[in-house]
Design a protein around this ligand. Structure first.
Ligand SMILES: Cc1ncc(COP(=O)(O)O)c(C=O)c1O
Length: 353
């Protein structure tokens, strides 16, 4: 009744396209948060053996990858006070270190990357700490240094670049060299050749989705890997003036057919989505009225598709299907949030396993 179809071949070919576009920089494929809803273990298995590195937020996600037999390099960059860093190191997991406390907790054999805050204001050492940090790092052997862009504007991105490079020079003047410098995620890597350094960390682009909110993705062939499908479970004729769903946000203007799709906010269909169009038997129809926990309603007009007809909620716009971006826009959010939250009672199935 509810299907999330993930095309692992699309993920492999997106990764290959990104690697070709960004060479000689390495490409870390970011698989945190269940691979943005695509299934972390399945995606990691699809890439394992042919990926420069995998990136996750939590050490527990990295351990889950190792438990599943993934051999690739794995890096985790959000360390909590309870995380067992010994277990991470024993499992050959590289750690992104953001505080002095984390540095103090690192086991001697740890492979670590220093995270610096070049302007995003989230994790990483503050600029006010750089001097103390690089003094503290003397005599240690970090793998890399990294930071993350705010994607606010070109001038903000370039300011972050300057701060990143100044920090690297400052470290160098204290005798600390980093083998791997990485700053850009999908948007930064696609936008600026000189921000790719030794590695880029790509999440959304690996899944074939556009990292930009305000412009089309150009110059690279990527294919959305996720299709989300349901089916019609009720089709009925209603009179003009029929209120639809809680709060009657939609009232029919004329006699029409309404279709019921059993895919609700429990599955990650945003409750506030309005006027998203879904594809039914080759035609687009608007979602009308409030999305409920288990279901939403489509105004079919004069069409009368049979019960059981497939409904494409989003998929590949190159095939005429609605996009994850469009669903995001209908709910005031972005494709990242749409794919990451999709799930609930829907089954994931994999092509190209
Ligand atoms: C530190 C870091 N690097 C890379 C990424 C991947 O970003 P994107 O999905 O925009 O490529 C993320 C995702 O949020 C991140 O937090």
């Amino acid at each position: 009744m509810r299907q999330i179809e993930v095309d692992l071949n699309a993920i492999r070919s997106n990764y290959a396209a990104l690697r070709a576009a960004f060479a000689p920089a390495k490409v870390m494929a970011v698989v945190k948060a269940n691979a943005y809803g695509h299934g972390m273990i399945e995606v990691a298995r699809a890439l394992d053996g042919n990926v420069d590195a995998l990136g996750v937020a939590d050490p527990s996600e990295a351990l889950a990858l190792r438990d599943a037999g993934i051999k690739a390099r794995v890096m985790a960059w959000i360390i909590g006070p309870e995380d067992d860093l010994q277990a991470a190191v024993a499992n050959n997991i590289e750690l992104g270190v953001s505080t002095f406390d984390q540095l103090d907790r690192l086991p001697p054999a740890a492979q670590f990357h220093i995270k610096i805050d070049t302007g995003l204001g989230r994790n990483g050492f503050s600029r006010l700490e750089f001097d103390q940090l690089f003094t503290r790092l003397q005599g240690t052997n970090p793998v890399g240094i990294f930071s993350h862009l705010s994607n606010t504007s070109v001038s903000d991105d370039l300011k972050q670049k300057r701060i990143f490079e100044d920090a690297i020079s400052m470290a160098s003047s204290k005798g600390i060299e980093f083998r791997e410098r990485h700053l850009a995620a999908s948007a930064g890597a696609l936008s600026y050749e000189d921000l790719r350094y030794d590695m880029v960390r790509c999440g959304i682009a690996v899944y074939g989705l556009n990292p930009y909110e305000d412009r089309e993705l150009a110059g690279i062939e990527l294919q959305p890997a996720m299709r989300v499908l349901s089916q019609l479970v009720n089709v009925k004729r209603v009179p003009a003036g029929q209120g639809v769903s809680y709060g009657y946000r939609y009232v029919t203007e004329r006699e029409t057919n309404l279709g019921l799709v059993p895919f609700g906010y429990a599955e990650g269909m945003p409750r506030i989505s309005v006027n998203h169009e879904v594809l039914i038997a080759g035609k687009l129809y608007p979602v009308v009225g409030r999305v409920a926990m288990d279901q939403f309603v489509v105004d079919l007009g004069s069409s009368e598709p049979a019960i059981g007809t497939e409904v494409v909620i989003f998929g590949n716009p190159q095939e005429g299907e609605p996009s994850a971006e469009a669903l995001g826009e209908s709910a005031g959010t972005i494709n990242y949030e749409i794919v990451t939250r999709i799930g609930g009672r829907a089954n994931r199935s994999y092509l190209g396993r």
